[in-house]
Design a protein. Structure first.
Length: 76
Protein backbone atom coordinates (compact mmCIF):
# COMPACT_ATOMS: atom_id res chain seq x y z
CA UNK A 1 0.00 0.00 0.00
CA UNK A 2 1.31 3.47 -0.90
CA UNK A 3 1.06 6.71 1.03
CA UNK A 4 -0.54 9.88 -0.34
CA UNK A 5 -0.25 13.39 1.01
CA UNK A 6 -2.97 15.91 0.21
CA UNK A 7 -3.59 19.47 1.31
CA UNK A 8 -7.03 20.27 2.72
CA UNK A 9 -8.37 23.32 4.48
CA UNK A 10 -8.27 22.80 8.26
CA UNK A 11 -11.99 23.40 8.73
CA UNK A 12 -12.87 20.97 5.94
CA UNK A 13 -10.71 18.24 7.46
CA UNK A 14 -12.17 18.88 10.92
CA UNK A 15 -15.74 18.53 9.61
CA UNK A 16 -14.77 15.43 7.60
CA UNK A 17 -13.24 13.83 10.69
CA UNK A 18 -16.35 14.58 12.73
CA UNK A 19 -18.64 13.11 10.09
CA UNK A 20 -16.43 10.05 9.68
CA UNK A 21 -16.48 9.55 13.45
CA UNK A 22 -20.29 9.73 13.42
CA UNK A 23 -20.32 7.07 10.69
CA UNK A 24 -17.86 4.86 12.56
CA UNK A 25 -15.07 5.18 10.03
CA UNK A 26 -12.07 7.38 9.27
CA UNK A 27 -11.25 10.01 6.69
CA UNK A 28 -8.49 7.71 5.41
CA UNK A 29 -10.98 4.87 4.87
CA UNK A 30 -13.43 7.19 3.12
CA UNK A 31 -10.74 8.54 0.77
CA UNK A 32 -9.35 5.05 0.12
CA UNK A 33 -12.82 3.75 -0.82
CA UNK A 34 -13.59 6.81 -2.93
CA UNK A 35 -10.31 6.54 -4.85
CA UNK A 36 -10.85 2.82 -5.44
CA UNK A 37 -14.31 3.57 -6.87
CA UNK A 38 -12.97 6.52 -8.88
CA UNK A 39 -10.13 4.46 -10.35
CA UNK A 40 -12.50 1.66 -11.35
CA UNK A 41 -15.17 3.88 -12.93
CA UNK A 42 -13.59 4.10 -16.39
CA UNK A 43 -13.31 0.32 -16.61
CA UNK A 44 -16.94 -0.09 -15.44
CA UNK A 45 -18.15 2.53 -17.89
CA UNK A 46 -16.23 0.98 -20.79
CA UNK A 47 -17.60 -2.47 -19.92
CA UNK A 48 -21.16 -1.11 -19.73
CA UNK A 49 -20.81 0.50 -23.17
CA UNK A 50 -19.34 -2.69 -24.64
CA UNK A 51 -22.17 -4.76 -23.11
CA UNK A 52 -24.80 -2.37 -24.48
CA UNK A 53 -23.31 -2.45 -27.98
CA UNK A 54 -23.06 -6.24 -27.91
CA UNK A 55 -26.68 -6.55 -26.82
CA UNK A 56 -27.90 -4.10 -29.44
CA UNK A 57 -26.03 -5.92 -32.21
CA UNK A 58 -27.59 -9.20 -31.15
CA UNK A 59 -31.13 -7.82 -30.92
CA UNK A 60 -33.62 -9.40 -33.26
CA UNK A 61 -35.94 -6.39 -33.42
CA UNK A 62 -35.66 -4.10 -36.39
CA UNK A 63 -37.20 -0.82 -37.40
CA UNK A 64 -38.62 -2.15 -40.64
CA UNK A 65 -39.66 -0.03 -43.58
CA UNK A 66 -42.12 2.12 -41.69
CA UNK A 67 -41.36 5.84 -41.68
CA UNK A 68 -42.76 7.43 -38.53
CA UNK A 69 -44.26 10.88 -38.73
CA UNK A 70 -44.45 13.37 -35.92
CA UNK A 71 -48.22 12.86 -35.80
CA UNK A 72 -47.79 9.08 -35.46
CA UNK A 73 -45.43 9.49 -32.54
CA UNK A 74 -47.58 12.02 -30.72
CA UNK A 75 -51.01 10.56 -31.49
CA UNK A 76 -53.17 10.20 -28.40
Amino acid sequence: MANLTIVIEGDTLKRARMRALEEGTSVNAILRDYLADYAGMKAKKDKAIDDLLRLSQGAKSRRGNRRWTREDLHQR
